[in-house]
Design a protein around this ligand. Sequence first.
Ligand code: SAM
Length: 220
Amino acid sequence: MNRTLLRTADGSATIHIEEMNVTYHSRHGAVQESMHVFINAGLVYYCNARPEKKELNIFEMGMGTGLNVLLTADHAVEHDLNIYYETLELHPLSNEETALLDYGTYVKTDIHTIHNATWNSPVKLIERFTLKKVKQSLIEYRTPELFDIIYFDAFAPTAQPELWTEDIFHKMYGMLTQGGVLVTYCSKGDVRRAMIAAGFTVDKIQGPPGKREMLRATKQ
Ligand SMILES: C[S@@+](CC[C@H](N)C(=O)[O-])C[C@H]1O[C@@H](n2cnc3c(N)ncnc32)[C@H](O)[C@@H]1O
């Protein structure tokens, strides 16, 4: 797989895979998209509804560059939250690829602590943030944990249709606590219908710059 660095419109970096014609983030802005879709529409939305809850479990499908991990770890520190974060990644970036990602301009948490962390066991990255990276496919993945928030950040359904099925969303539904939310940048009708068939209540909400809509699915 030929992975190259791509500079997005907000100045932040992402990765492009030519053969699959996919990028890890929106070309309109990597940091902008992660902040809008995952931090604001997911984490901040969930916390605003439950200001008393200070311990959160988050699951991410597709760790990629680690940008969502970094933004979430910073948020935990800034808002006095204790976060357990479990993330799946089947094709981790190499050290050389990680070295190109200049996210230090945007976040305080050091990207190297994430990429150097041991796989498949929880690692306390910083005082308020524990990370468990799992090197496994979402198809086979099983966990006894329950999560409050799921960041669903797979490549687009056109590139990986097998990850956007009713079966997969049924699995995600089972992994959420009551009232838990799943957020994704995708707003396709087929995806929305698969989520509803899996039991979710789904809202189409405003997307990040460059994208009209995104989805937030709630386990009522
Ligand atoms: C859209 S990118 C994720 C971007 C990431 N959240 C970030 O902040 O950089 C999708 C990620 O899912 C990973 N992936 C693809 N298929 C997978 C699978 N079946 N199971 C787990 N991870 C997979 C890819 O290697 C890629 O890193």
